[in-house]
Ligand binder design. Structure first.
Ligand code: AMP
Ligand code: ZN
Length: 142
């Protein structure tokens, strides 16, 4: 199978193809961003290339620019929630990757606590998700 074909067994390909639901905050021709279903902090979101690759090293170089531009746009929007945030990528199971479709995490940080240490991650609340989509969807001003 070509690396960029949608995978029927991939959750994020399912979201790209609208087979699975997501709270989408950003979409362009090549990239998509949506709220993490089990957020580490309020507003935790994921930015993905629409084409399926499992790791950054597999990404077509032509997508480096568009992907980073989408991440950067979402960074500006995340600052509506918190001035500081993590931009993170897990590559491989030992590094904590559980969904093998390339994604960047944007994790707003509201205090000096360590959200990565939480034992239990609550599922995203649908009402709050709708509120977050309203906050995060409008494009960032330049
Ligand atoms: P990683 O550990 O880097 O692979 O992160 C995968 C992330 O995807 C986790 O933070 C999950 O909470 C999140 N996740 C899993 N399924 C979904 C889904 N259907 N919609 C949104 N986020 C998801
Ligand atoms: Zn995929």
């Amino acid at each position: 199978m070509a690396p960029d074909e949608p995978r029927s067994d991939c959750i994020f390909c399912g979201i790209v193809e609208h087979r699975l639901p997501a709270h989408v905050v950003y979409e362009d021709e090549r990239c998509l961003a949506f709220l993490d279903l089990f957020p580490l902090t309020r507003g935790h979101l994921l930015v993905i290339p629409k084409h399926h690759v499992d790791r950054l090293k597999e990404l077509e170089p032509g997508l480096y620019g568009p992907f980073l531009a989408a991440v950067s746009e979402l960074c500006r929007r995340v600052e509506r929630l918190a001035p500081d945030y993590n931009v993170a990528m897990n590559q491989g199971a030992r590094a904590g990757q559980i969904v093998f479709h390339l994604h960047v995490h944007l994790i707003p940080r509201y205090d000096h606590g360590n959200p990565f240490a939480v034992a239990h991650r609550a599922r995203l609340d649908d009402g709050d998700a709708r509120e977050l989509v309203k906050i995060l969807s409008p494009p960032a001003g330049r």
